[in-house]
Design a protein around this ligand. Structure first.
Ligand code: 13P
Length: 259
């Protein structure tokens, strides 16, 4: 659990919440968090669709709610002939603090390879934002005992050869593919085992200081009912929440889980 690293609870809205819905959501969340507060040592971020980023930024400022601005992806190039894409620099100029790289939906649906994901992490770090690097195994890989090797490989592919300080400030989200949107959550034991393996891999790549500092989230059907036990698992420093982050009440409850 978080300890000195602190806890980061992030909402990945995927392709939900237009700009008007975003403003309404932030008002609701702010009202809930004004009553209950964000526990000390916890940080909250929201990753809306690109078109909702300005509305999120404006609502967070207007409501004075402690929510960091996140994005769901970016292109790896600085600029160029990439129709439909958004660069890391454009996000940085909007005040984005965290950018997801390598979500399994983009790896599967948009053909993002480990090499592409690594280039995206490069771009995010170049613009002084923090990557939220997503890794995770399929059900078949887990059944065949290949889960840890797969996830270590993904971590190394994205982070090997980077400065310890860069790795220390990154976030890694362990999201087993079989748990995403499935209503099936990893047990605290399984999540803790994998998050500890990820921390060990970070130590191998970037040294003990980076391993101690890097924050590792769990993602995959997190709900208010499962969050507290997962947060008690070894090396779990927060959550990347999909479905439950679309409901202000549920998201606020996850932000406060176990506190
Ligand atoms: P769910 O919480 O809906 O399973 O989504 C998890 C996820 O993919 C977050 O990035």
């Amino acid at each position: 659990m978080g300890g000195e690293r602190g806890v980061l609870v992030s909402g990945n809205w995927k392709m939900h919440q237009d700009h008007a819905e975003t403003a309404k959501f932030v008002q609701e969340l702010a009202a809930l968090l004004r009553v209950s507060g964000v526990p000390a040592g916890r940080e909250v971020s929201i990753h809306p669709p690109f078109t909702s980023l300005p509305a999120l930024q404006a609502a967070v400022e207007a409501e004075r709610v402690p929510v960091a601005i996140g994005a769901q992806t970016c292109h790896f190039a600085e600029a160029g002939a990439y129709t439909g894409e958004v660069s890391a620099q454009m996000l940085a100029r909007l005040g984005v603090a965290y950018v997801i790289a390598g979500h399994s939906e983009r790896r599967a649906q948009c053909g993002e390879t480990d090499e592409v994901v690594r280039s995206k992490v490069d771009a995010i770090c170049r613009h002084e934002m923090r990557p939220v690097l997503c890794v995770g195994e399929t059900a078949g890989e887990r059944r065949h005992g290949a889960a840890v090797a797969k996830v270590r490989w993904q971590v190394a592919a994205a982070l090997a050869g980077r400065a310890a300080g860069t790795v220390a400030s990154a976030v890694i989200a362990y999201e087993p593919l079989w748990a995403i949107g499935a209503g099936q959550t990893a047990t605290p034991g399984d999540a803790g085992e994998m998050c500890s393996a990820i921390r060990d891999e970070v130590g191998r790549l970037a040294g003990p200081g980076a391993a101690a500092a890097v924050r590792i989230q769990y993602g995959g059907s997190v709900t208010p009912a499962t969050a507290a036990a997962l947060l008690g698992a070894d090396s779990v420093d927060g959550f990347l929440v999909g479905g439950a982050s679309l409901d202000a009440g549920q998201f606020a409850a996850i932000v406060r889980a176990g506190a």
